[in-house]
Design a protein around this ligand. Structure first.
Ligand code: NAG
Length: 324
């Protein structure tokens, strides 16, 4: 009898481990729709952006059009003031685009306490026979995360040009092969506003896109998912694609989805459109529930409080059982 109670007690204590471990690791991609100085002048917009971006361990921001380099620093300081539990840093690409007057940057905002940057690579877009295929060449970044089951992973961002979606998506396949070889890794995720739907990617053209036809690639945001804010549109423009079964297994099943911030933060359509005309898309990577996270947390006050409460509860429980 006593032994079974002891076992029960042990079970309760072990349960603490589950509660306290870092529970998720979120990767997001968000087209900010003309993010520049004018958005920084709208407090409500900046607050919503801070809320959205601080949900994620890593966010890929697109359509950052900050020629005077003032908007992004403002956003970063607001983010760091909004969420003081973490520290956020930005890794910014060059200003990309064919026209002198219209350029965009890819920006990765990430938590410095959960993830580190271990490599970056601006795709040169000089592939023979297909030179300058992209209007915004991928700015590829490799990350190392402390808590995820996959230790290192690579993110390939892309915001396609609507008129050239088919060609650019197909060319992303070449980028993927190149990056896999260069960094000797299969843990690669492609993400962003692919414009991969509605008028921009015709059904009949899909068979010509290797990024779609290769069975080893997993399109996690499925067709018919609405990633657009306007109630009058429903298109799956924004996507997350994972390379290979091994990496796909390290993703939390069914976790990929658009984040409907309009509904979540109870905004009107116009208020939401002030922020962006896209929803962010997101996915969770599996995290380790290990002894090490147990020990890491052991020092924290909340852990101690929880531990003591739990122990008291268990003692009471055992006592009650004895009395019965
Ligand atoms: C589409 O791609 C071609 C060549 O790759 C380029 O010349 C053209 O400007 C692109 N269209 C747009 C709208 O960027």
């Amino acid at each position: 009898m006593r032994l079974s109670f002891l076992l029960l007690l042990l079970l309760f204590l072990v349960g603490v481990n589950d509660v306290e471990g870092a529970s998720e690791f979120r990767v997001c991609a968000f087209n900010l729709h003309h993010f520049g100085e004018s958005k920084t002048r709208k407090d409500a917009v900046m607050l919503t952006l801070s809320k959205i971006i601080t949900r994620c361990d890593v966010s890929l921001l697109q359509e950052v059009r900050d020629s005077k380099e003032v908007a992004l620093p403002l956003l970063m300081s607001q983010i760091n003031r909004f969420d003081t539990r973490h520290q956020y840093q930005a890794l910014v690409s060059e200003r990309l685009g064919r026209s002198e007057t219209y350029k965009e940057q890819y920006v990765f905002v990430y938590r410095t306490d959960t993830v580190t940057v271990t490599g970056k690579y601006q795709y040169p877009d000089t592939r023979p026979g297909n030179v300058d295929v992209f209007s915004r060449e991928p700015f590829v970044v490799r990350f190392k995360a402390l808590t995820t089951t996959v230790k290192e992973f690579v993110l390939i961002p892309q915001h396609t040009t609507p008129a050239n979606t088919t060609k650019e998506l197909d060319a992303l396949y070449d980028v993927l092969q190149h990056v896999k070889k260069m960094w000797k890794t299969e843990n690669v995720m492609l993400l962003g506003d692919f414009n991969a739907d509605c008028g921009y990617l015709a059904k009949k053209n899909r068979k010509n896109v290797r990024l779609i036809t290769d069975q080893r690639l997993y399109w996690l945001i499925e067709d018919k998912t609405d990633t657009t804010v306007r109630s009058s549109t429903s298109c799956t423009y924004d996507r997350i694609v994972v390379n290979g079964e091994a990496f796909a297994r390290e993703i939390v099943p069914m976790s990929a989805r658009p984040f409907n911030f309009q509904r979540e933060y109870r905004l009107t359509e116009d208020e939401a459109l002030d922020v962006s005309d896209h929803y962010p898309v997101e996915v969770l990577l599996k995290v380790v529930r290990s002894k090490s996270s147990f020990h890491l947390k052991e020092k924290s006050v909340t852990f101690k409080a929880f531990y003591i409460m739990n122990a008291l509860f268990c003692k009471a429980f055992v006592l009650i059982l004895y009395c019965l």
